[in-house]
Design a protein around this ligand. Structure first.
Ligand code: V47
Length: 378
């Protein structure tokens, strides 16, 4: 008996053939996928690739986000941002001391956290030693915890204000304990739209170059795309294809994370929030176009837990983690919790019919007993 193929939009058939043959999809295929009214058909295609690459497993991790400061020289330029403040005197601004930062991180680490994810605004005054001391302090206390710190935009900022090459910045940070870079700051690469939403911010080429240099130094990184603002379908496809080309060249991206724009308290608050269907579409199309990315993450903080659960059958194989303290999205009106327990994540994954696996940042499996953990031997 021939297997039933749940695709109602016949324009997707040629893409189905390519997916079956494991052929690379084109720019036009990307546009067609985004424009298809058949979200179930698009999700079905993405799920073929997702299960081919990651089987029935859905990953999560035990992590904490700590944003060390929200003072940012670009506070007036990133129109999508509700997080940044002009200076420390401005209402809602903060700047942690290294000790405050370490205390916060150590609390989570003592409770079994395997990753600290830390980013901040582009601070005009903090010295390079501040950033090195955060890393050194944590590495010294807990060498096995993975430190995923600083977006490409922060790395470029350090290179500018400390008058060092990007390569030297990365080498110094790595010596202090940096393990990988998060994927923030990519926003949307298309120049015209980038200029409208964040004029003057590090360009697409600049963002890609920092990741290129990191990969060549053997530092793994992640990638994001901010969607749901002024971008066109073509902008999204262009963004994904630029990431795919970079991955062909330097190969160090681990995970792609589509980020749903949250408009509250931003200068683009006239825009509506993204719908569940748009969120699923971005997960699915990214899984299909990014054939050289090992993982696609649904960031439940931005999509909500219910959409995240469904996304595990629309291309995502990772649901991020416990997070513990999220600021960037919640300051922009997110109504998700700021943290959830590992038990809740496991339940969510298993209810979706997937096998939950706790991972570290680089997708090594974690064996855990309460707060004690180790990486499973390969
Ligand atoms: O760089 C800012 C985006 C990013 C808003 O690497 C906003 O594993 C939505 O990059 N609405 C930070 N998004 C978050 C991020 C991230 C998150 C989870 C995992 C990883 C990873 C990376 O959030 C920023 C910016 O692109 N952002 N403001 C907003 N109003």
């Amino acid at each position: 008996m021939e297997r039933f193929v749940p695709i109602t939009d016949s324009t997707l058939y040629p893409i189905y053939e390519k997916v079956q043959a494991e052929e690379r999809l084109s720019f036009e295929d990307g546009v067609r996928l985004y424009e298809s009214p058949d979200i179930n058909g698009v999700g079905y295609l993405a799920n073929i690739v997702r299960e081919r690459q990651n089987g029935n497993v859905a990953y999560y991790n035990f992590n904490q986000h700590i944003d060390y400061s929200n003072v940012c020289i670009l506070h007036a330029r990133c129109h999508f941002c509700a997080f940044a403040r002009k200076d420390i005197k401005t209402d809602g601004a903060w700047e942690m001391s290294v000790d405050e930062f370490l205390d916060k991180a150590m609390y989570s680490i003592d409770h079994g956290c395997t990753e600290i994810h830390s980013v901040g605004g582009l601070h005009p005054k903090l010295p390079f030693e501040y950033y090195l001391d955060m890393l050194r302090g944590l590495k010294k206390r807990m060498p096995q915890v993975h430190l995923k710190f600083f977006t490409a935009v922060e790395i470029h900022h350090f290179s500018r204000i400390f008058k060092m090459s990007v390569e030297d910045v990365l080498i110094a940070l790595r010596e202090a304990g940096l393990d990988s870079l998060p994927g923030g700051g990519a926003e949307i690469f298309a120049e015209e739209t980038r200029e409208k939403i964040c004029p003057g911010k590090l360009s697409a080429e600049g963002w890609l170059e920092v990741h290129d240099i990191a990969h060549r130094l053997g530092i793994s990184t992640n990638a994001t795309m901010l969607y749901g603002h002024l971008e066109t379908t073509e902008d999204r496809v262009d963004h994904l294809i630029q990431l795919r080309e970079q991955q062909d060249k330097s190969g160090g991206f681990v995970t792609f994370i589509p980020l749903a724009f949250h408009p509250a308290n931003t200068r683009m608050d006239y825009l509506p929030s993204t719908s569940g269907l748009t969120d699923l579409q971005n997960i699915a199309v990214s899984r299909l176009l990014l054939d050289n990315f090992p993982h696609i993450k649904v960031y439940w903080i931005m999509t909500g837990l219910k959409t995240a659960q469904i996304a595990l059958s629309f291309g995502a194989d990772d649901i991020d983690g416990t997070v513990t303290e999220e600021k960037i999205t919640h300051m922009a009106g997110a109504d998700t919790p700021e943290a959830i327990s590992a038990e809740e994540i496991i339940q969510l994954i298993e209810e979706a019919g997937r096998l939950s696996v706790e991972r570290d940042t680089l997708y090594n499996e974690i064996i855990r007993e309460g707060n004690q953990w180790h990486r499973k031997a390969a």
